[in-house]
Design a protein around this ligand. Structure first.
Ligand code: C5P
Length: 400
């Protein structure tokens, strides 16, 4: 389903990230959505009505009254909208929204709106981390609003941390995802367990063996499964990914052993298991109690095999539908099919490192899916879209 014809009300508040709203409007207009922009008085210090109205093709309002004495009906705009997006949402506007401090057009419109509300906060890292912001975001979530979390990176203050407004493409994706999945809760009643990220295997108190897995694929799968109505348990190794969906039950682990243990706390209760974690194959036989000194010219660490989590899941399978991943560099299809067999899986997702843009460090992936009898090949896509393809395929198998 596209967002063509959807009525999108964008409320801009006064933060430097307001400059990104031009790109957001342009994306929505390109996709044939209708856009109405309103602003807080402070937002006018950062962007002009003229630039925003030129892009949105509609007048932009900041006040209840116009110079010519006409009235901008907040109620009419609120009821017109299919969705409202507050972006950037400053700490001040967020606080006003969650506490009903209705002293400008944006808040009056927000309080009159009956449509779903999306909030893209943007502020300096300490303001974002402040308990008042955390509480207000939680309140907004309790109201049923969708929070598009701020991202990590360089901030206008020069500091680096979480507080940057999500990129316009991310906001567009959230909105598209909302309109797409809003209509089909295809995994309602199912419990899905997903492993994600790398594992870290301790060598001594400060060092570990790990890998470059970003965890992105597993997080995308978890969010998508949750949007489709599944109860989702995400067991993740150390990653910098932030889970935006509070319905996903996230469990952080460090080593393969911890991941195995966590998986089997839930294993009997799940319908679908997806192992996207890049589990370290080996771990140091012994973890040094003290930091290892650099005394000798060489150092030997004895490694022993880690438990194969997915294989263990396969061995203990009763009713679960199991999906594995194979990251291969040679004899890809043969190896992937071998793993399907050996680990007693129902489906395996192959990414070849030979394909540019595929693999565990990128934001994109190019996959092939195999079952005992079927094979399907997909184009290079964002990991969010790959997650959709994978879950569509899972659904086609379990609903057979
Ligand atoms: O055997 P290989 O590591 O290539 O298998 C990859 C698949 O098995 C992935 O789905 C991965 O999450 C899972 N796996 C696991 N535990 C391991 C190794 C791999 O669950 N120790």
């Amino acid at each position: 389903m596209s967002i063509s014809g959807k009525k999108i009300l964008i409320a801009v508040s006064g933060g430097i990230a307001a400059y990104k709203i031009h790109f957001l409007i342009r994306e929505f207009i390109k996709k044939d959505a209708e856009v109405q922009v309103i602003m807080t008085p402070d937002a006018e210090h950062f962007v002009t009505k003229l630039s925003l109205s030129t892009l949105s093709k509609k007048p932009v309002y900041t006040d209840f009254y116009n110079e010519n004495g006409t009235w901008n009906s907040h109620v009419e705009m609120a009821l017109w909208a299919d969705i409202m997006i507050v972006a950037p949402c400053t700490a001040n506007t967020l606080a006003k929204m969650t506490h009903g401090m209705c002293d400008n057009l944006v808040i009056a419109t927000y309080m009159s709106a009956k449509c779903p509300v999306f909030i893209a906060p943007a502020m300096d890292l300490d303001m974002y981390a402040h308990p008042s912001t955390t509480q207000n975001l939680e309140l907004a979530e309790d109201f049923g609003h969708f929070i598009i979390p701020a991202e990590n990176g360089e901030l206008a203050s020069g500091l680096i941390g979480q507080g940057r407004m999500a990129e316009p493409e991310t906001i567009v994706k959230e909105v598209e995802g909302f309109f797409n999945s809003n209509h089909k809760k295809t995994l309602e009643g199912k419990t899905v367990l997903i492993t994600a990220g790398p594992t870290y295997e301790a060598i001594d108190p400060v060092r570990f063996i790990g890998n470059h897995s970003s965890g992105k694929m597993g997080f995308s799968l978890a969010e998508e499964a949750s949007k489709r109505g599944a109860k989702v348990i995400l067991i993740s190794g150390p990653t910098s990914q932030v889970m935006g969906d509070k319905n996903v039950d996230v469990h952080k682990v460090t080593s393969a052993k911890e991941m195995l243990q966590k998986v089997f706390e839930f294993y009997d209760t799940i319908d679908i298991g997806i192992a996207s974690a890049a589990v370290a194959d080996y771990a140091p036989k012994e973890i040094a109690k003290e930091k290892i000194k650099k005394n000798d010219d060489s150092l030997t660490i004895e490694l022993i095999k880690n438990p194969d989590i997915l294989k263990t899941m396969g061995e203990k399978k009763t009713h679960q539908f199991l999906v594995g991943f194979a990251l291969e560099t040679q004899n890809e299809e043969e190896n992937a099919k071998g793993k399907l067999e050996k680990k007693n899986l129902d489906m395996i997702v192959l990414n070849s490192l030979r394909d540019e843009g595929a693999g565990f460090k990128n934001d994109t992936n190019k996959i092939k899916i195999f079952t005992q009898t079927e094979k399907k090949e997909f184009e290079l896509k964002s990991k969010d879209d790959v997650a959709k393809d994978i879950l569509n395929f899972v659904e086609s198998q379990i609903l057979k």
